[in-house]
Design a protein. Structure first.
Length: 624
């Protein structure tokens, strides 16, 4: 796990930017505290920050070159099947100087170029340079576990693990209003969008090749479901073996390793499997002393006790949370308003004091139907008397107080969303259930009035009217929610604390198997993630099997009404600052603030949190 950056210059103007290569590399220090180095031949510059995981010796430092000196590689990630790939390359006569997966990737690329990408089992973003051809190959793993950002103009191409590294080259900073329009709805940036004009993300499963002024960008991987004709019992057995293999593959490290254990099904399954292969496995969770509604540590303790792990709980007060809030906001180089990022930040920070690698349960909800919206969609597709009742009385739900902050008002919120979504087309319904505000809200919020479009939704939300399935929604989640919200959150917050997080549920063999299953093996009227629960039922405490879904949330509504109110009223959302900034409509913000203070806040807290995060970011990167 590391940080990478670099530049491909087309001309003398582009080559002038090489003076910033060291600065751009240094900006990624938290991603790689163990070593840093650069390569620069005045045509291409490569920078690397290393977090040593496999072969911690100096021989495995990067940028890594081959024995001839023709090829160089900077690489962020892990290749779990590197030993089998190494054996294949040795059979062809390749001789290795290290025991690292980086060197295996280097020679696989030398032998096969981009053709080797589908042979890799792991997560990665890398830049591979052929000095003789002056060609550069950039690539990102299948599901976007590792990030890669790109900027290009007539003089150069820049790339980096984080946008802050691209900014270090001195590019012009210009706000992307179309990205802002989408962000105000989702609270994150989907697809290739960046809040900086000219910057974009390389999409998951894609590569980008540059040679001279010729550029080629293409997908090397596409998830294509292949139906599996197995009984449920046979499918459970197959899934059990696939996930166990995935976990054991991810236990290889030359540094201390543990797991996140939230108390939910997914992290509990991963921890339970790992505990069978690691003596005295270390597991970690956080809880909220002041907020019992958000605390899950009781369930985590039960899982740890059943599986014999060495469990550590970090019990936090609201004061503890606030002590980390501004450090977390400062680390963001683009607005990202999933509020659970703060919890992941603190969990990563505390976990890193004990281990360098942690396994997590991320990805299971998106591929096995674990979210509330999946249960709601199932009910819409299989309507009974209860569902018709909710739809008929939709007007009532709209009048009741709605908030995520307690079970009763959260139920009213969910009933209202269900009633409204059940009347929509599949694509509109997906967008509505994935967002906190609609396009009209975003349009009213932005002062600069243009015809903004949700440029991301059309290519990925391919639903067939009248033939919608749960798997359609899961496929959209894998392309939108997973890489741009969930995996972005884990990567940013863990890398801010120099911790590598591995995600066994996103082994491509597991994902492909999941999408071959019929919907009823994942979700029915009573169960979500059905096959996950039943395949590993004996690994989990009975109490865990009975509990409902609980998000990894923080008490936003209370904070925004109390501790954060002065910051909003006197600074970030003050009329004077909004007027000076010229980005938002003051009247729309004031209306939202009134809703936040009312008995019926709805999702106002999530919308205002998105504004807080944006304003903090804007002051750092534009005003200052």
């Amino acid at each position: 796990m590391c940080g990478i950056t670099g530049i491909y210059a087309f001309n003398q103007v582009g080559r002038f930017n090489m003076i910033n290569l060291a600065k751009a590399t240094e900006s990624l220090a938290s991603r790689g505290p163990d070593n840093h180095a650069v390569f620069n031949n005045e045509k291409v510059g490569l920078g690397h920050r290393r977090l040593s995981i496999i072969d911690t010796s100096s021989d495995a430092h990067q940028p890594m070159k081959d024995v001839t000196g023709r090829y160089r590689l900077v690489f962020n990630g892990e290749i779990y099947n590197y030993k089998s790939l190494k054996a294949q390359l040795e059979a062809k006569g390749v001789r290795f100087a290290t025991s690292s997966d980086t060197e295996v990737l280097l020679y696989a690329l030398i032998e096969e170029g981009a053709e080797c990408l589908n042979k890799l089992n792991g997560f990665f973003a890398f830049a591979f340079y052929d000095e003789r051809e002056n060609s550069l190959l950039l690539a990102r793993d299948r599901f976007g576990i590792k990030p890669l950002h790109i900027y290009q103009d007539e003089d150069k191409v820049l790339f980096a693990s984080e946008v802050k590294s691209i900014l270090a080259y001195g590019i012009e900073r210009k706000l992307n209003y179309n990205a802002l329009h989408t962000y105000l709805q989702l609270n994150y940036l989907p697809g290739s969008l960046s809040m900086f004009e000219g910057v974009r993300k390389l999409l998951p499963g894609h590569y980008f090749k540059i040679k001279g002024k010729e550029m080629e960008e293409s997908a090397y991987y596409e998830l294509k479901p292949k139906p599996i004709d197995h009984s449920f019992d046979k499918s459970k057995s197959k899934f059990h073996s696939l996930l166990e293999q995935s976990v054991t593959d991810r236990l290889v490290a030359d540094v201390p390793l543990g797991t996140f254990l939230s108390g939910g099904i997914d992290s509990s399954v991963i921890s339970a499997i790992a505990a069978r292969h690691v003596d005295e496995l270390q597991t970690f969770s956080i809880g909220y002393k002041d907020e019992p509604y958000f605390d899950e540590t009781g369930y985590a303790n039960l899982v740890a006790e059943k599986n014999g792990s060495k469990h550590t709980v970090f019990k936090l007060t609201n004061d503890n949370l606030f002590a980390h809030l501004y450090d977390m906001l400062d680390y963001l180089d683009e607005p990202f308003a999933d509020s659970s990022a703060l919890a992941v930040y603190i969990l990563s920070k505390e976990t890193r004091k004990n281990v360098t690698v942690a396994l997590s349960g991320d990805g299971a909800d998106e591929i096995f139907a674990g979210y509330n919206k999946h249960a709601a969609l199932y009910r819409m597709l299989h309507k009974g008397p209860k569902e018709h009742f909710v739809a008929v009385f939709s007007g009532i739900w709209g009048l009741l107080p709605k908030s995520r902050n307690n079970p009763i008002t959260n139920s009213f919120r969910q009933l209202d969303r269900f009633a409204k979504a059940s009347r929509m087309s599949p694509s509109d319904r997906y967008w509505a259930l994935a967002s906190f505000g609609d396009a009209n809200y975003a349009q009213q919020m932005i002062k600069l009035k243009e015809d903004y479009v949700n440029s991301f939704d059309n290519p990925f939300l391919l639903f067939n009217p009248g033939m919608e399935t749960i798997s359609d929604t899961l496929m959209a989640d894998v392309k939108m929610v997973l890489p741009n919200d969930m995996l972005t959150k884990v990567d940013l917050m863990s890398m801010a604390n120099s911790l590598e997080v591995r995600v066994p549920f996103l082994d491509h063999r597991v994902v492909e198997f999941a999408f071959g299953l019929p919907d009823e093996m994942k979700i029915d009227g009573k169960h979500r993630k059905r096959i996950v629960k039943e395949a590993f039922q004996s690994y989990l405490p009975e109490e865990l099997m009975k509990r409902g879904k609980h998000g990894f949330e923080v008490p936003l509504l209370k904070w925004l009404r109390n501790e954060l109110k002065p910051l909003l009223d006197n600074d970030l959302l003050s009329p004077a600052f909004i007027e000076e900034q010229g980005v938002f409509e003051i009247s729309t913000i004031q209306k939202l603030q009134k809703q936040l203070a009312s008995r019926n806040p709805g999702d106002a807290h999530a919308k205002i949190w998105a504004l807080l995060v944006f304003q903090w970011w804007w002051k750092k990167y534009f005003k200052n």
